[in-house]
Ligand binder design. Sequence first.
Ligand SMILES: [Ca+2]
Length: 299
Amino acid sequence: MNIVFFMPRFFFICLFSMATWLIGGGCTLYAQQLRGPLLPSATFWDDPPRLMMLDYPDIYSTFDDPAYRFDASFTNVPLGTSETQVFRLVNRTSRPFPGLSVVFEGGQSGRFVLDTSGMATTLAPGETTSFRLSYRPTMIEVNRIELQITSADEEVYPAVGSITGLPIHRLTAWRETYFGSSANDGDGADEADPDRDGVINRLEFALNLDPRKPSKPSTILQTSELNGMIEFIYTRSRGALSDGQKFVVEWSDSLAPLSWRQDEVTESILSQTAAAETIKAVLPKGLSGARFVRLRVER
Ligand SMILES: [Ca+2]
């Protein structure tokens, strides 16, 4: 499917939507997936052996293990977004626990951010404190980190948490937002066009459009000529950028398959929101009397 815009002064701007994922600009809002915090609690056992224990969803320590081990996970977190969980510690004993600290003990700490700024350093009997752990994936991979919670009292055994992060593409979350399912099928399929505007879903996502409302080509791309230059304006989804999609403006004077060029194109950001950024590409209009410009979106 090609959409060709006839431009004044014999300029043509063409928008390609092909199997190889070619297209031009747009914008959409999609909900950032923020889940409610989980509130596991920790218990400090006073009887021998003294044990710092976290009650994390129905998992209990074995008392002969010198460290209490627990698991926590961040699942289905869209690339480029962040999810935060709050871990709560409760001292249920009759004695204070001094020098509390939480540290990473290996793994991919770059994907996780620990915030202990609000955490008490000494936890008196009956008191509660908490720390926060955030996960922000930047590529599709399984991320793991180990956390160690300790007290300066050496008789208090540490709690060691194995934390797992499981990211998803923003496109997957986008399908869920618009079609109620993350599955790549039916109306939500990448190649589907349920609003019948000629723009398939994965391009609707890339261009930040609403896949349920038809878009007019003239609202997807704006073009103009100024002082011998062509201005080509498009809007791209920041979520698509987080997914690693590339946006490339190309031009040709003949439309021949091997004639497309990327040189002499300069781009600048006109405006941006949390969801999208609008880009202006400028290139010479050339001397041949006609020039075609396209935006190629590729994964
Ligand atoms: Ca469509």
